[in-house]
Design a protein around this ligand. Structure first.
Ligand code: CAA
Length: 285
């Protein structure tokens, strides 16, 4: 079944979508990357170009392999160009009104057999599946940032997802080099339900002036052997994404452990979202 897959659509080419498009193209799939307008498309293509250039510079792929990957990637501002794809991953902003618009179009444009996967990290996959007339073919496929590097893929199922869809998506995740785990839809799934409250706790230490941001990050790196500290990680993930996950956990469980730090909320309100806006807890280039 999966062997027949050839053409994959990726809707939304922000940090995650561009990384996901790259992951599929590097694994040998033909990829159609779709964005809302030319400026967003150019930014998305720029993300992929930068990442592939880095891979060439580090000797991970040759120039010829890069040319083959580039040849497998096409870009478009029209969702209609997804009419002949076998599989779609959606990675648009985390707003249900935007998901509704995208999934309404995908349901109309894509063949009835096409599986529609969402990379959402904070919305309910069940609610997204219910936006379509094919809920048995809608599933979460949640990648981690940076998508080309991180090995986990969460396959998130709903009460409507068919066993065949789960099998196919699990196989696809393996084929792109990820380790899939299957999870029933719930706030935060597994990884974010653990990771984001930990980031939130670090922000609380920082806002109470318990230690500097560098000391907090260094403490965790040195104590737990993690590659980056929680405040650096917050900037990488995006403070808006962290806040969205915290709010989803709070709304679902009403547990005080899940109340977002006031500083996190204010930084998002101020538009300091992390690396993607040039700065969060740290200023980035
Ligand atoms: N795209 C592609 N490749 C990248 C990359 C990117 N954006 N960033 C780093 N890499 C690659 C590098 O090319 C390098 O590859 P090699 O080892 O093969 O040479 C490797 O990753 C390590 O990179 P660097 O040496 O430049 O830097 P580093 O050692 O500091 O690693 C890191 C960078 C991979 C990001 C590492 O710090 C790390 O693993 N951090 C933790 C990231 C993490 O926890 N992500 C999960 C966030 S949660 C999430 O995403 C879910 C959600 O829904 C919120």
């Amino acid at each position: 079944m999966v062997q027949e897959f050839d053409k994959v659509g990726v809707v939304g080419l922000g940090t995650m979508g561009a990384g996901i498009a790259e992951v599929f193209a590097r694994a040998g799939f033909n990829v159609v990357g779709v964005e809302i307008d030319q400026a967003a498309l150019d930014r998305g293509r720029g993300h992929v170009d930068k990442s592939l250039t880095r891979a060439v510079d580090k000797g991970k792929i040759t120039e010829d392999e890069r040319a083959a990957i580039d040849a497998r990637l096409t870009f478009s501002t029209s969702r209609e160009d997804l009419s002949d794809v076998d599989f779609v991953v959606e990675a648009v902003p985390e707003r249900m009104d935007i998901k509704r618009d995208v999934f309404g179009d995908l349901d109309r444009i894509c063949a009835p057999g096409t599986i529609l996967a969402t990379n959402t990290s904070s919305l309910s996959v069940t609610e997204i599946a219910a936006l379509t007339d094919r809920p048995e073919k809608v599933v979460g496929l949640h990648f981690f940032n940076p998508a080309p590097v991180m090995k986990l893929a969460e396959v998130v199922t709903t009460v409507s997802t068919s066993a065949e869809t789960v099998d196919v998506v699990t196989e696809v995740a393996k084929r792109v080099g990820k380790t899939p785990i299957t999870i029933a839809d719930r706030g935060g799934f597994v990884a974010n339900a653990l990771l984001v409250p930990y980031i939130n706790d670090a922000i609380r230490l920082y806002e109470r002036r318990i230690a500097t941001r560098e000391e907090i990050d260094e403490a965790v790196k040195k104590a737990a052997g993690l590659p980056m500290g929680p405040l650096t990680l917050a900037d990488l993930v995006g403070l808006d994404v962290c806040l969205a996950v915290m709010d989803v956990l709070w709304n679902e469980f009403h547990d005080p452990r899940y109340s977002a730090s006031p500083l996190l909320r204010r930084m998002v309100a101020a538009g300091r979202l992390g690396r993607k806006t040039g700065g969060g807890f740290y200023t980035s280039a």
